[in-house]
Design a protein around this ligand. Sequence first.
Ligand code: FAD
Ligand code: FES
Ligand code: FES
Length: 1266
Amino acid sequence: MLSQNHLHVSLLYIVLLTGTKYGCGGGGCGACTVMVSKYDQLNNRVLHYTVNACLQPICTLHGAAVVTVEGIGSTKTKLHPVQERIAKAHGSQCGFCTPGMVMSMYTLLRNKPHPTMEDIREALGGNLCRCTGYRPIIDGFKTFCDVSNAFNLFPQISEELFHMDNVLPLDPSQDLIFPPELMIMGKKRACGSLCFQGDRLKLISPVDLTNLLELKTEYPEAPVVVGNTTIGPNMQVKGVHHPLTIYAGRLFVIYLLCVYVHAGVSMGAVCTLSSLKDEMERAVREMEAERTRGYQALLQTLRCLAGKQIRNMATIGGNILSANPKYDLNSVLAALDCTLQVMSKENGTRAITLNEELFTGFGKTALRPDEVLLSIDIPYSKPWEFVSAFRQAQRREFAFSIVNAGMKVLFREGTNIVESLNIYYGGVGPTLVKVGRTCQKLVGRSWGEELLADACRLLEEEVELSDSAHGGKVEYRKTLTTSFFFKFYMQVLQDETSNLTLVFVCLFLLQLVSNAQSSQDPVGHPMMHQAAFHQATGEAQYYDDIPAVQGELFVYMVTSTRAHAKIINIDPSEALGMTGVVTFLSAGDVPGQNRRMLFNNPEELFAEEEVSCVGQIIGAVVAESREQARRAAQMVKVTYQDLLPVFFTIEEAIQHQSFFDPKRKLERGDVGKAFETVDQILEDEIYLGGQEHFYMETQGLIAVPKGENGELELFVASQHSAYTQEVVGITLGIDSNKITCHVRRLGGAFGGKVMKIASLSAITATAAVKTGRPVRCVLERGDDMLITSGRHPFLGKYKVGYNNDGTIMAADITYYSNGGCTLNESLIMEKALLHMDNGYKIPNLRGRGLVCKTYLPSYTAFRGFGGPQGLMVMESVLHEVAVKCGLPPQKVREINMYREEECYTHHKQLFSPRDMLRCWDECLDKAGYHDRLQAIQQFNTSNRWKKRGISAVPMKFGVGFSKGFFNQGAALVNIYKDGSVLVAHGGTEMGQGINTKALQIASRILKVPMSSIHIKETCTGNVPNAAPSAASFGTDAVGMAVKDACEKLMRRLKPFMENHPKYTWQQWVINKHPPGYKKVNIMMGPHTDMDWENSEGPAYYYFTFGACCSEVEIDCLTGDHKNLRTDIVMDVGRSLNPALDIGQIEGGFVQGIGLYTIEELQFSLEGVLMTRGPSQYKIPALCDVPPQFLRIHFLSGEPPVFLASTIFFAIKEAVAAARRERGLGDSFPLSSPATAERIRMACEDQFTEMAPSPKKGTFKPWSINI
Ligand SMILES: Cc1cc2nc3c(=O)[nH]c(=O)nc-3n(C[C@H](O)[C@H](O)[C@H](O)COP(=O)(O)OP(=O)(O)OC[C@H]3O[C@@H](n4cnc5c(N)ncnc54)[C@H](O)[C@@H]3O)c2cc1C
Ligand code: FES
Ligand code: FES
């Protein structure tokens, strides 16, 4: 008997293998990648391919071998070279994505020991990493390429950051063999049909076609499952229930790959998309180009469709019959006039044309319920036939398309007269759309300008998309339909093909460690992350890897479905009656206080009387298993009475004057007076969308009651364990000394695991106390996104006074942030205000900060802490002034920069801008800014539909907390009798390498090798009252505390050491001092505090400086953009560990790319977050990383997020170039993120004019901008 979960490979959790990570459950992140090997009877060979374990039903693996990361190497035996190289190349930070990356690369090498860069790009396309920015992962893996096909680049990188000497060679002869018993089994004929029965699910795997057809006749409602990539996410994530599924993957009849017949290729319905791609590539390679134009078009689509793991699982039949217009194949296959062969027991075989008539509704086809699909016939192209496929998605690859299209034209032989035309679109309605009228009217016409104009007009008439259409982006989608046709028109004229390349050029100018430094001193060297090997082998434990404790229960949150309502009644009776359910918790069950406080602002743990956002926790179900708790939570009935007002957006909050206190203001000079004397005044605004943390490991914990004196232990994913401890104590009404929080490591955090995790901990602890049993809480990805929220959206409204030469004399900026329903961490507004001047000396400057109270989950801290928003608004001011003055933006930036040796910020903090100016000059110089600007201008003149832009910004960023008491670190150093050293500190290891740096520091001061020093975990029992690891200050504070503690120990040892200079370290510590001598130290940073009344104060410990320059290319017809090159120069003194610091810069920068260009949160009109998982919410993938990076000096942490705004401004430059050509002004609004939709719609042209925006208030939009 298997439960729903047990039908999946996540069964691995139960056998205590921790390497296969669970990041989303929907195939969207790659953290769960494993390798499956199967014997292929047809070709007598063993196939190795990656799959997403979260979607792979275990019952479908009969006869297959599964290799997880544990199977290929271990720190206890021997690492596999893939594991070693990703670790040594610093490609593992938090490590949560690492096993998945390793398995993708391992599988590639099993199939191709000498891969090309393109192979690596393809293999890793389905693996997301939120920490590294991908470059170090690629660095490690491209060492497996032949030098000739790795572009000869890696020596430059690896020699600086990691050494190839002493790495294990790849030896395919050492690979795991395919189990002989499986081989024997595979060679035999399949024994019979298999049936797997779970408590709620049944899966039957028929042995042959007859058996399948019988089953389909008997159970017409049961879906035929093969790859499970449509059915799986529907069941796992959307909660769709199919009591019976029929697995058809074992059937060779429809598994038969590719049969070349007279008119084309016949593909078995059960062929995976990977095999389809291979076959199409083979056909293109081996056949004359003219016959394979259709296949080339199909390949264009297949290269960007999903990630490798999904393509290895997903089948062509499943893609077609899922009848999802966002899936890409149907539009191309229909354009190619493909035919489906279907069969039923009753009626035998019949052929159906794949066209719009096949699809009767979303997810519905005209196949009869008892029919199955056998194969798809894809015809060869005819002479004089041209085919193209198009898709545009939120992210270039591994993302569902917003609109896709397949187009085919056949010309009368030797002419340009259209004989026949097929145009199909997906994504412009609930089903596949054929624009038949348009096609008909164009038949017989010449392929020329007139046809183009008529085609666009006809398309505009025929493609119907209501203003309220599902999915929104209506004008954009309409524009894409005509823009795609225009592209097709041009491609036919030019017969052009596209290509994809990936070249990572990463040049670092590293600081050199002084020759005088001891060779044993690790400080300043690019040391590998201390836990990298364990992370790469899957041995590193995260909270959810801790084996189930005896009697463990699971808690699942019940959340509000209304944005603002009174709770009339909560009825858990149905849930309580369900199998496995132990109890239900709500506000009344909290023994202490039902709230947590931050800076005197309360937030309820369980909503008591009212809810003020969708996603607010109302109660929690505790059950014996995850699934039981999850299912039961859905059965808790909450009765609401809706309340008014309800609003979500910043604009609405302004109308309602709904703001939190305190309202902050900073001012210098006399702004009002300055406006009277300036040449020009400009008033404008910029909107910046929010951002989801999307750490790969979702939030959660295990609470274990100790049974004595009310003691409780928490194993928790918290960035601020002291706060968690405090909140749990207040909730339970017990002292902090009875609660111990353990944090070993976090799978990413970025500021998101400070606050809400404390509430989750308090609720889980309440459940543990109430039941007297250990309780585990693990948020599903969708719930995590719904409940915990992310970075604040901002609106910056500004009035700026400037002179015609570009000098800004006055600026008055009001920042509005969307704070959500409680204040939570909305004081990040202070950081926005404190950073508003960036590097510019604006003599009269006023900033006001208003946090809007809306009916959304409360926003929280995110890397940069308001800085990226505050800085971005000021850079927009500079950009717009430059546009108005007709000057290059970089000139206006230079004119306004702080220049004197001693400058004061607008909050009267003294600093010197010298390093900023140096970074700026060096950055422009190294980037070749001026030469490239010219080249870009030339490129733009000669390319009508592609434009390039370049932009550079300087940066001044305050490090540390403006609240001085947070700027402290704490450490405990134990030296044991055997000479080994144990360091404990108050920081949290979440990928940034804080432990590695602490080890380096301890090693330097104690003069013992790092291998003799150990860091176990962060524990409130060892180091109390620690500050959060955040604000780029964790390592500074902790590092100094470790240094201080070690120095104190050394001072005590010194006399004895001097008396016995020949003794070893162990003899010194044994002989002189009591064993286990310890020293606790609290290290206070310098005083920082702001006087907000008087707009003055040393808000930061120090400033870091930098500059960045980026170049992009946009496609004016689709809005797609490519990041071409980025140069960053940072100068913050000496790096403790250049490899880790580079990793932090790159990771931060790539998160910034997401913030400013890709990541878009969509809310329904009712305030429900709709983008709740990697399928809807896109973080940067490998394809988004600029192929060229150049960096010079380093700092670590948060500031680089803002530097990615250069990409935003470069996009703005490129759009401006397009607009200038069309005689439009280069001053135009562009909100952040600059998504493909926004770029396209800003490049106004004849196509966008055909899709005008409807008047506000005349329709119900699908989503709102919050
Ligand atoms: C993370 C992710 C990203 C994706 N990205 C993209 C993308 O960018 N573009 C894109 O086009 N698609 C994308 N997909 C969708 C994917 O291509 C489809 O889910 C897949 O092709 C479906 O095939 P399957 O074998 O997994 O179908 P299953 O889930 O096994 O079945 C799907 C449906 O097809 C029916 N079916 C399948 N085979 C037969 C048969 N032989 N006879 C009768 N009925 C049958 C089933 O009954 C079921 O209704 C993505 C999916 C995921 C999970
Ligand atoms: S957990 Fe399987 S892909 Fe995300
Ligand atoms: S190291 Fe990749 S997600 Fe953290």
